[in-house]
Ligand binder design. Sequence first.
Ligand SMILES: O=C([O-])C(=O)C[C@H](O)[C@@H](O)C(=O)[O-]
Ligand SMILES: [Mg+2]
Length: 440
Amino acid sequence: MLDATTQQVFSQDLPDQQPFCRIQKIEVTPVAFADPPLLNSVGVHEPYALRAIIVVHTDSGHYGLGETYGDEVHVNRLRRAAEELINADPFNLNVISRLVSASLRQDDGQGGHGTGGMVTTTSLDDRVLSAFNVACLDIQGKILGLPVSTLLGGAVREHVDFSGYLFYKWAAHPGQEPDKWGPAEDPAGIVAQARIMVNDYGFRALKLKGGVFPPDQEAAAIEALHKEFPDIPLRLDPNGVWSVPTAINVGHRLESSLEYLEDPCLSIADNAAVRAEISLPIATNMCVVSFADLPPAMDAKAIDIVLSDHHFWGGLSRSKLLSGFAETFGLRLSMHSNSHLGISFAAMIHLAAATENIDYACDTHWPWKRQEDDVIVPGVLSIQEGRVKVPTAPGLGIELDPQALERMHQQYLDSGLRQRNDTGYMQSIDPSYELKSPRW
Ligand SMILES: O=C([O-])C(=O)C[C@H](O)[C@@H](O)C(=O)[O-]
Ligand SMILES: [Mg+2]
């Protein structure tokens, strides 16, 4: 509780301010939603993706929404943090941040990343803080009658551009009916998938999730996409499973067909070695995933672009700090996405709307989820012509559908899944599958 904990957490007294409202109750609910068999460098997506939904209630009768990873270890951390936040002022984001950190003091920091083993060195405090930061901003916006983008400094764009996120995939999960996307296990399959993305959503940038097949085949897929969509900027992301020589070879081969190459190698040093040899910009959401990674990456001249992600950069307020760093040190910003629902999508849209230098089309998994799988009232967020109109209603501009939340929590209970494990799922289908880094 704030008053008791404050004594331990703060070295000096808080200013004597009467808050407009206080946090009265926080619900943390894990949910699951159907996910296709999307292939990546660590295995394959399981039939359900997990998320945690945060609903923060105030004594003024308002509520705010946050969404984050649904791994059980993470959910337990969220619940511990939630206990600390009772009575806190949702307008004092600095205190919210300190209280979340205080709740994690005894934590060993292991597990609960929710990213299938792909991004594991993010800041624990920032990862747990994020959803609470978003929920508090949602509350502030609702009370003030202002959209979150205004609270973040003001929207500089009316629409946010997104990229069509292409995945190698199977036709179906074992034992299930094929989904509408069909299989994509070669360049022709990827081009067919891209046609659906471009026709249905109008995307004007495309990203291919690589690291699945030998690099020559993935380079051929990019060349096939470039031929089919000569005016659409393309990105390739093998999630760090290439060696330096492989990355340099592919980088040379794709110099004229890619907009940027994402995480060709895993470490800052290896990406720096690649960047020294190729002219393509290198983007990352793997070797720079917290503020502590920025100085060494800049020293090594390893990267040109950071894929921001408010889920692991401490929420929307700290993502604005990242934007200031990028502006100061000449980095560009794009945006990373995991499988997500509408609350995360709204938060991503407000952040990108209010951040001048997030000027690449952002990643989103949005098209991969079924429309009926969400916890918000539908209709506000939709991708048309590759972009989403920024909500202008107060807060995040979305509303919780409590029945949908209940249904999706039941889906979580029934799924039996308690942590994301792409590798384990792949090995249950192909026992010879091994994790390798680098793989090629
Ligand atoms: O590096 C990236 O862009 C990602 O990690 C995005 C997603 O996590 C994606 O690869 C996934 O979920 O398989
Ligand atoms: Mg990436």
